[in-house]
Design a protein around this ligand. Structure first.
Ligand code: SF4
Length: 333
């Protein structure tokens, strides 16, 4: 794996303004902006898998889509292979999208039910690679064979497949155009456990064979632990801890990561660590009005007075392992 970043994200923000939708229903002076991704910075090295973990609603899927410009960023910068995506015109962005693909969460909803497998997988080749009809057919057949489907499936429609087969079609669609970087957005969470293992194995094989780099988003810590070289933990729109997978899972530094691991002790045990009892109480607060200071302070069993007003900065707790928590800031001081 190269240490050079293929993707650099700096201070990325994505806000959603709800006023248009709510104007007729609700009247009030403020509180209509969802801060889905707020001041997020990290690198992804070429050839690595960076896992992104967090509860539903923490902004991890929005982060993946904003990196790909499926959502327009509200602020910050995304550089891919040294190119600032904000500087690209429509043609430049289209060319870059060939190199940056996504595998969606729901194989039932992400495939057009009115198109055949050949049309679904071949569409990207027509749009991005400008391939001729004969070439589209041969490349579609080749990628289908690689994901475990056959030419007999070319003329079938999505509803004629099982969930696992549909996700194989989604993977073929993403990889047909030859990307370098793939956002895997909860790619196995809609599948049965036995099928999950097959799809994860397939994604691992494809990564090694094709030299891919993954941003792997999941709410399932055991899945993230299985696939990731490094892990980023998100809470309410922000990354609160990031580091090498084994170090982060065996010695979590942030109380939120500790609470996530306490809920699945086998993950920490497999990484060689111990879990401390850290119960996660209450619901994740609304991203319409995130708490001031440390956003986790309303649920943190170790919260102090300053946590309610001062935003914690990242502290390096071990080589390449960063946590944004005042507990470590105090130790460093
Ligand atoms: Fe808990 Fe304070 Fe650390 Fe936030 S900064 S995780 S509230 S101890």
């Amino acid at each position: 794996m190269s240490t050079a970043p293929i993707l650099s994200v700096r201070r990325l923000r994505k806000d959603f303004d709800l006023r248009r939708g709510l104007r007729r229903l609700v009247h009030g002076p403020e509180g209509y902006t969802v801060h889905a991704v707020d001041d997020v910075s990290f690198d992804v090295r070429r050839g690595e898998t960076l896992g992104v973990i967090g509860e539903s609603g923490c902004g991890k899927s929005t982060l993946g889509r904003t990196i790909l410009r499926l959502h327009e960023p509200s602020g910050g910068e995304v550089r891919f292979d040294g190119v600032d995506l904000a500087t690209l015109d429509a043609a430049g962005l289209k060319a870059m999208r060939r190199r940056m693909q996504i595998i969606f969460q729901d194989p039932y909803a992400s495939l057009n039910p009115r198109r055949t497998v050949e049309q679904i997988v071949g569409r990207g080749l027509r749009l991005h690679a400008g391939a001729a009809a004969g070439e589209i057919r041969s490349r579609t057949e080749a990628i289908l064979a690689r994901v475990g489907l056959s030419t007999a499936h070319l003329r079938r429609y999505p509803h004629q497949f099982s969930g696992g087969q549909r996700q194989r079609i989604g993977i073929a669609r993403a990889l047909a155009v030859g990307p370098d970087f793939v956002v895997c957005d909860e790619p196995v969470s809609a599948l049965d456990v036995s099928i999950q293992a097959q799809i994860l194995a397939l994604l691992g094989e494809l990564k090694r064979e094709l030299g891919l780099t993954y941003l792997f988003i999941s709410h399932d810590l055991s899945v993230v632990a299985h696939v990731s070289d490094r892990v980023a933990v998100m809470y309410l729109g922000r990354i609160v801890e990031i580091g090498p997978a084994r170090a982060l899972l065996s010695r979590p530094a942030h109380p939120y990561t500790q609470a996530l691991l306490a809920a699945v002790p086998r993950v920490a045990a497999a990484a060689g660590g111990e879990t401390r009892p850290a119960r996660l109480a209450g619901e994740i607060p609304s991203p319409l009005r995130p708490p001031p200071g440390c956003r986790f302070h309303t649920r943190c069993p170790q919260a102090m007075a300053r946590c309610r007003s001062v935003v914690p900065q990242f502290v390096e707790v071990a080589a390449g392992h960063l946590a944004a928590c005042h507990l470590h800031g105090e130790k460093a001081a």
